[in-house]
Design a protein around this ligand. Sequence first.
Ligand SMILES: [Zn+2]
Length: 285
Amino acid sequence: MLPRGWITLCGGEPHAYRRLSAFEDDAQPFHRADRQKAWLFACRSCQTLERMNPTTQVRWISQRFLLLLGLVLACTARASDSQHSATDRVCPASVVRVIAADARDFRDACYGAQAAMTFLAAHGLQPSEPLVLEVTPAMPEEAGPTAVGCYLEQRKRVFMLPYAEFSKQKTWFNVPIDRDLYRSFAAHEAAHAVAACCFAIPRPTIQAKEYVAYVAMFATMNASLRARVLRALPGKGFASENQITAIFYMLDPMRFGAESYRHYMKSKNGAAFLQSVLAGKVLTE
Ligand SMILES: [Zn+2]
């Protein structure tokens, strides 16, 4: 059974439901705008694709997907200056700046960002500028009306919802939202911010950026929470680089995250694979 929102997205096409049900997952809050665009894309594509031979299908998907990326990644900023009561402070023993109205949100954003920075520093990644995370109920317009978090490269700033708003989604990664998950949410976005400076190629793919951010997020997650999340999203990890695709991410970002971490944890991958991603040697198309 598909979550309710998808029925709207798919415009009531039973044909599309069948095709998409293979990727079924709970509706999830993270990158919802991206996901909705992906579903709209996928739903509209089902019938068109069926009329094509396999070679044409691949070419068609590639072309449409590049168009889609143009939409999804155009996450430029419109400042959320409406948060008058927010304080702008540097995290304790850190260079990370967090703007937040709520003291617990401030601490959680600091914790998540610092955890991601420590993990990535162990892989040789240092942000070129101090990280800035803004906890705001008003996401930048370009992130879409349903976005819960966004890293804007143009502004070099992370935007994320306050916990009170984020937790309205009830679940994330198929487990109930709590403060631990919220810290992981901050870690994910902070990892994007750190990694943005450190790719050796000018335009890394979305799967490359998300692989790094998800690995950092899972690696820094509370261990019992990580075990619960991985149980909620069972899998064996990506078996090869070829499976780590943008289309997989677009269709199921939660599972992409879990499978990326499992892939990273395999002995033949780990830090070496992460370095290859950053060097632009893998996950390039
Ligand atoms: Zn991400």
